[in-house]
Design a protein around this ligand. Structure first.
Ligand SMILES: [Zn+2]
Length: 140
């Protein structure tokens, strides 16, 4: 999913807009939706705070009638006061969200300065790899 231009570009924009740095950044996030033509597109959530973001309504795993297949948010602050990896709240908000239920739902990407994590529905955390490699690769 991250290897599609649409998703990678949208998440990269969210990352840039969250003003990554030692502190002073704010979280950005969004849903990845499945297009009718089996492509993906991203819709963004309203801007979050330094270490929190509010997820808009998504009853039964749908937004505007389109199925959610993943979600993501950024952890832009790389100072020592801030957690880089997914927080307990992040794990709970994926695991315990009754509206993130679709069979197609993959989990929530957490984008930090150095690593992209994926929080699975069972609250397991995967390290997908380096943020630079996953988001900032350039294609010929
Ligand atoms: Zn978080």
């Amino acid at each position: 999913m991250l290897d599609t231009d649409e998703v990678r570009t949208s998440i990269r924009e969210a990352w840039d807009e969250s003003d990554p740095g030692i502190f002073g950044g704010h979280e950005e996030g969004g849903f990845v939706l499945k297009d009718q033509d089996s492509g993906f597109h991203v819709i963004r959530w309203p801007r979050g705070g330094r270490n929190e973001i509010v997820v808009p309504p998504h009853a039964n795993g749908f937004v505007d009638g389109v199925e959610i297949i993943a979600s993501f948010h950024t952890h832009p602050n790389s100072g020592s006061r801030f957690l880089q990896e997914p927080s307990e709240t992040d794990l709970r908000s994926v695991r315990d969200d009754p509206d993130l239920v679709g069979d197609a739902y993959l989990g929530e990407f957490v984008i930090s300065r150095s690593v992209i994590y994926l929080v699975l529905k069972n609250a397991e955390i995967l390290e997908l790899g380096s943020t630079d490699a996953l988001l900032f690769v350039t294609e010929e």
